[in-house]
Design a protein around this ligand. Structure first.
Ligand code: FE2
Ligand code: FE2
Length: 184
């Protein structure tokens, strides 16, 4: 499916920009968490970086017929601090997406009857809710000077659904099979 309306296309480009930057930011903060002695929080950052890549890829795919150069305005969180501070930046970014950005983009896509964009925004919105919670759990541990307790992080490569320790038989958001999940 490809997007037809200019407003939804703008929102897809902005979301693509935001997800792309979140991807890079989480890889960077992940490396810093590793250096600071929080390997599980580093793993969480790297896994969620991949989920943001999945979202960016979905948005990019919806824009496949909108060829050309664009200047993209997108929200991004900046700053380097302690692992607790970096996690706060991550929480803030995720909450912005959950409470402001994706609900508005999703409603616009519904109003403009853009089925593909609705799917792409819906997938991202559902995953970002989980990301906000997981980063918040990680921050709770880090505030006590502890690493997060986890065995592995699993990401659905279709929608970015994120889950700790065991992948479900079927993705609750998009229906992808357990075997498809990428393990971190
Ligand atoms: Fe996220
Ligand atoms: Fe999924």
């Amino acid at each position: 499916m490809a997007v037809k309306n200019a407003m939804t296309a703008d929102f897809l480009r902005s979301a693509y920009g935001g997800e792309s930057m979140a991807h890079m930011r989480y890889l960077h903060w992940g490396d810093l968490a590793e250096k600071d002695g929080f390997p599980n929080i580093a793993k969480l950052f790297r896994a969620i970086a991949y989920a943001e890549q999945v979202h960016a890829g979905n948005h990019f795919n919806e824009l496949k017929d909108q060829k050309g150069d664009y200047t993209v305005t997108a929200g991004a969180v900046f700053g380097i601090g302690t692992v607790v501070e970096n996690l706060q930046g991550a929480i803030n970014g995720e909450l912005h997406e959950v409470e402001q950005m994706y609900p508005v983009y999703l409603e616009a896509a519904k109003f403009q009857d853009e089925k593909g964009a609705q799917r792409s925004f819906h997938f991202a919105l559902e995953a970002e809710k989980i990301h906000a919670q997981l980063f918040s759990d990680a921050q709770k541990a880090a505030k006590e000077g502890k690493d997060m307790q986890l065995e592995a992080v699993y990401i659905c490569p279709v929608c970015g659904h994120t889950v700790l320790d065991n992948a479900p038989d079927k993705c609750p958001v998009c229906g992808a099979k357990k075997e498809m999940y990428k393990k971190f």
